[in-house]
Structures are given as structure tokens and as C-alpha cells.
Design a protein around this ligand. Structure first.
Ligand code: HEM
Length: 385
């Protein structure tokens, strides 16, 4: 058993560092134990990570963060196991089907085009702050029925929850408290004044014939808040970092917009941002490891999706890659509920950018990435003429 020094991943690193470290580790070890934090197993290969996602009976979602085995929160539906999980998915699904997402496309495109028009003439922007943050965040706030004017406050809470180091637990819990209080207010308001949004629907839901307790509705809101606010931001930042630093790929996409849906899959595969965790429910040998009930396991998607056993030349981005069965949205019962929405936002962003803006490039040396919770870029200064 080896240890990967996870503190290496804590500091801001040049883009691509995490993926490269994982590539090295995966070829040496199918799985290993890290003593970082309270200690956890790490699976490195596609087949094992897929199998773990598909076996919720052995790999529980009671904790989904390998660094936090005893969470004092319970995000719904992400931290529920079947069968409890199944009822929630049934309730939430109508808001995230391909048809429901398609119905939002015109608004998504209008918002995207408005943002791009705002900086197109200025010759450059910080892609993260000027586009990748406000684009998906506003769409998400509208879906939920939250006030767009408070976006900056929401983002500060979300950063404290998802991007603080493990030591900043007090700040994380305080921010979760703020988010929960805000949703409690919104729920009370929507009970009295229903509108056309997810919360107005959620207050009418029942599970097993009984109304849903307020605490559970709030736990669901908290999860959606985190899942909806910065996943697409991170994914977009990596996609545009790639295109800014690989002009031939950018040119190909510009010349052939029909390539965009396949490019979305490939950029999502090559730059996978989520590091899910699971909690082992009973003593079992898995991937050659003697796992014990209560152990945590990390399932790094970036490692699964760059496994040469599953993908030809995985470190190379091939915008036309066939049979791209990547795990960027996970697999099994917790497969990302927002995947259709995320794909739509990524596609529309690539379409609008390349329709309106001339070729763009990175304005400074390689920016840095952060790895706690979700991987993402800190800034991405782009320039065009
Ligand atoms: C590119 C963007 C996105 C990526 C890469 C992503 C990835 C993931 C992954 C890997 C999971 C599984 C986590 C686990 O098994 O522990 C997940 C779950 C989830 N995602 Fe996403 N996500 C994205 C965008 C979104 C968006 C935009 C929403 C909603 C607005 C969303 C809502 C959810 C929900 C509700 C779950 C929990 C599903 C369940 O537990 O049944 N995601 N996502």
C-alpha cells in the first residue's frame, strides 16, 4: 500500500496537475490507502469505480466526501441510499428530463448571448469571473426561484461550503446554516404564493402518502444549491482553458459546430471535476483491498476517465472520440440528475462563444486549479483581437 500525499492537491496547482498525479498513481496501484485526514481508500481504475457506483448496498452514500466520514449534514438525494433515495429521484426527475431542459434552451441561449455581448468588444475577459460563474448560476437561480440580485452572497456561501479546506469546518457549517435559512424563507413564501419554479412544486410533494418534513426539503435545497451553482462553472473553465491552449481544437470546433455535442462529452471526460466518496457498509475485499465497515472510499472521476484500460490514448483530447462512455456524471442510482441541463449549458456556451467571438488565447501563463471538493480553475484570463 502506498500513500498519495493529498496535501499536494490542497494548494493551488498549475492546471492539469491533479490529473497527471492521478495518471501516475493509477498505473502503479489499482487501489491504495491514503492516511491523509482520517484515512480512506482510493480506487483508481474505471471498472472498479464504475462497480462501486453500481453497488450502493456495499458502498453507501451516507458520506460522499472521503475526507468527512461522519458528516453533520445529510444532502438529499445525494446522501440517501435506495430505497429511500428512489422516491426522491422520482419527485425531482420531471424538472430535469431532456424535455424540461429543452424548454429552457431559449432562455439559456439568451442569457449566454447577453453575457458574451457584454465583453465581446473589450478584447478579453476573465473567463471564470465574467462568464463561467454568472452563466450557469443565473439559470440555476431562475430554476429554483431564487433572487438573482443576491448572486454574490450565494456564491460566497457556496465557496465556503465546497472549496474551504477540511480545517474550515466551522465556516462551512455556518455557510450551510445561511443557505438553509434563506431556503426556509423561500419555502414559506412559496407555500403562500406559488410560482412556476421547483420550490413551488416541491412544497406540494408527498412521500409514501405523507407530506415531506420541512427539514428534508431544506436538505434537498442545500444539495441542489451546491450541485447547481458551480459544477458547470468548473467544467466550462476547463473546457475553455483547453480550447485557449489548443488552437487546433478551437479551430476545428469553429469550423464545424456540429462537432460541439461530441466536444462537450470529450471535454467533460478529459477534465472531470468531481471526487465522490462512499462509505463501506460491511467488511469486504474490493479491488484487492481489505475494506472494513465504516471505511471511506474515494472514487476520483478524473482517474476513471483517463484510464487507458477504458479509453484509447486517454490523455489526448479527441473532439471526435467515439463510444465515449465516461463517468464524469457518475453512474448507478446517483448518476447526476442535472446532466441534461449541464450538457445544454456547455453546448450553448460553446456555440455562442464560437459564433460571436474571434479566436481567443490565454492571456498569461498557465492559471491554477483548486482541488478541495470540486476541481476548478481560480481564474482564466482570455484575450482576442
Ligand atoms: C458539468 C456539470 C456537472 C457535473 C460534472 C456533475 C457531476 C455529478 C456527479 C459526479 C454526481 C454524483 C455524485 C455522487 O455520486 O456522489 C452528481 C450528482 C448530482 N447532480 Fe450533478 N453535475 C453537474 C451539474 C449539475 C447540475 C447543473 C445540477 C442541477 C441543477 C446537478 C444536480 C445533481 C444532483 C441533484 C445530484 C444528486 C443525484 C442523486 O444523488 O441522485 N448537477 N453530479
Amino acid at each position: 500500500m502506498t500513500e498519495l500525499d493529498f496535501s499536494l492537491l490542497a494548494a493551488a496547482q498549475p492546471v492539469g496537475t491533479t490529473a497527471e498525479i492521478m495518471d501516475g498513481v493509477r498505473e502503479e496501484h489499482r487501489a491504495f490507502y491514503s492516511a491523509y485526514g482520517k484515512g480512506f481508500w482510493v480506487l483508481t481504475r474505471y471498472e472498479d469505480i464504475l462497480a462501486a457506483f453500481q453497488d450502493p448496498e456495499l458502498f453507501s452514500s451516507a458520506s460522499v466526501n472521503a475526507l468527512d466520514p461522519e458528516p453533520r449534514y445529510r444532502w438529499i438525494p445525494e446522501m440517501l441510499d435506495p430505497p429511500e433515495h428512489t422516491g426522491w429521484r422520482r419527485l425531482l426527475r420531471p424538472h430535469f428530463t431532456p424535455a424540461a431542459v429543452k424548454a429552457r434552451e431559449a432562455r439559456v441561449r439568451e442569457h449566454c448571448a447577453g453575457l458574451v455581448a457584454g465583453f465581446a468588444a473589450s478584447g478579453g475577459c476573465d473567463f471564470v469571473a465574467d462568464f463561467a460563474v454568472p452563466f450557469p448560476a443565473v439559470i440555476f437561480l431562475e430554476l429554483m426561484g431564487l433572487p438573482v440580485e443576491r448572486l454574490d452572497t450565494f456564491l460566497a456561501w457556496e465557496r465556503a461550503i465546497l472549496h474551504g479546506p477540511p480545517s474550515a469546518n466551522a465556516a462551512r457549517m455556518a455557510a450551510m446554516g445561511e443557505v438553509t435559512a434563506m431556503f426556509a424563507e423561500l419555502i414559506a413564501h412559496r407555500r403562500a404564493h406559488p410560482a412556476d419554479d421547483l420550490i413551488s412544486d416541491a412544497v406540494t410533494w408527498t412521500l409514501d402518502g405523507a407530506p415531506i418534513p420541512e427539514a428534508d426539503l431544506l436538505a434537498m435545497c442545500l444539495l441542489l444549491f451546491m450541485a447547481g451553482l458551480d459544477t458547470v462553472t468548473s467544467q466550462l473553465s476547463y473546457a475553455f482553458w483547453h480550447l485557449a491552449t489548443h488552437p487546433a481544437d478551437q479551430k476545428e470546433l469553429r469550423a464545424d459546430p456540429d462537432l460541439i455535442p461530441s466536444a462537450v462529452e470529450e471535454l467533460t471526460r478529459a477534465y472531470s471535476i468531481v471526487l465522490p466518496g462512499r462509505k463501506v457498509t460491511r467488511d469486504a475485499e474490493f479491488a484487492g483491498c481489505p475494506m472494513k465497515a465504516g471505511d471511506m472510499v474515494m472514487l476520483p472521476l478524473t482517474s476513471a476517465n483517463r484510464d487507458p484500460r477504458a479509453f484509447t490514448a486517454p490523455a489526448r483530447v479527441d473532439l471526435r472520440r467515439p463510444h465515449n462512455r465516461h463517468l464524469a456524471f457518475a453512474a448507478g442510482p446517483h448518476r447526476c440528475l442535472g446532466a441534461h441541463l449541464a450538457r445544454l449549458e456547455l453546448r450553448v456556451a460553446l456555440e455562442e462563444w464560437h459564433r460571436v467571438l474571434p479566436p481567443y488565447a490565454l492571456n498569461r501563463p498557465n492559471p491554477t486549479e483548486h482541488t478541495y471538493g470540486l476541481q476548478g480553475l481560480n481564474t482564466l484570463p482570455l484575450t482576442w483581437s
